[in-house]
Write a protein that binds this ligand. Sequence first.
Ligand code: MN
Length: 387
Amino acid sequence: MRVIAAAATDVGRVREGNEDSYLLEDPLFAVADGMGGHRGGEVASSLALETLQTLFHQGSGDLDEQVQEANRAVFEKSMHDRRVAGMGTTLTAALAEGERVRIAHVGDSRAYLLRRAELHLLTEDHTLVRRMVAEGEISEEEAEAHPQRSVLTRALGVDMWVDVDELVVEVEQGDRLLLCTDGLTAMISDERIRQILVGQPDTQAAADALVSAANEAGGVDNITVVVLDLAEGEPHRGTSSAETAASAHHPSAPVRAPSATHPVLRPAPKPPGHGRSLRMAGVWVAVVVGALVIGLVGLRFYLDRQWYVGVAEEHVAIYRGIPTEVAGFQLHHVVVETAIPADAAQSLTLYRDLQQGITAADRHAAEAIVEQIRSDVARLPVETPQP
Ligand code: MN
């Protein structure tokens, strides 16, 4: 099955800036609704989708892992750039895989399926009011009018890890998927959404009509929709970046498609009549260059899988790579700098050699070490003896 995709976004009638972003990169599609002061929201939503797009291009990991990496990218930026500290974003992504569509979801943006004129909500809002309804504290009607109805219980980029909902939908020809931010669903009812999706067979016209309807109903928030029509035909093969029409979009920060960086090694055609020795030299050059490329790719691959806990800027930090440098090249980078003072940790015998790095099997293990250090440091007497 192939996908016909269209998107529309609008600032709405009240807000000054548009903090929503969307990604159309067949077979990967997403919407994100950012939050956070001083442009934090638009930085969060566009960074999350840029990261997702880049990792998808690289064929790195599955959708869930790509969303985790996007979470880290936003979290790390928010840790290191005080102008956007505390930012976060929702993310609802759909990956078309032939007869199935995989959905990854965090926050209160939504995915719907329109099948034979019936609208089905696929995702669950990660909001406080949704939790209160589930626990019987308030009714559905109270939830809709609740002053804190946009308070999220889960968002991307606010912690080192995020719990991502994943679901797989078996799709049929004629199905229509909708990804949208809460600027649509807070303004118009599911029934109105259904009517518009049924009444507008053209994909782009449907997306535009949804945004117009939300604006006519008040447009109190940014509105972003992605409409996906599943049609007969061959699916798009997404990882060949050369022919992918990438369009991650943010109204004020358009995203550039990452350039193709796959090294291609093929023997150059040799003109006839050249001597055997010259041909052999050419072959050897190709062999040496090939070995170098494989070596570098292999090294990168190896380093990306190494983790350790060390010290960065006098804080306990998680590193990727190995704690050394070769010929002036550092073979590591900081992934997360925590707020735990390194000297407090190093005052404990167990972590005296923290500066040299404590190796971890993977990221989970590194985080477990950090948590252990955190609780050990918390148990230190308030007056830590100064060295
Ligand atoms: Mn919103």
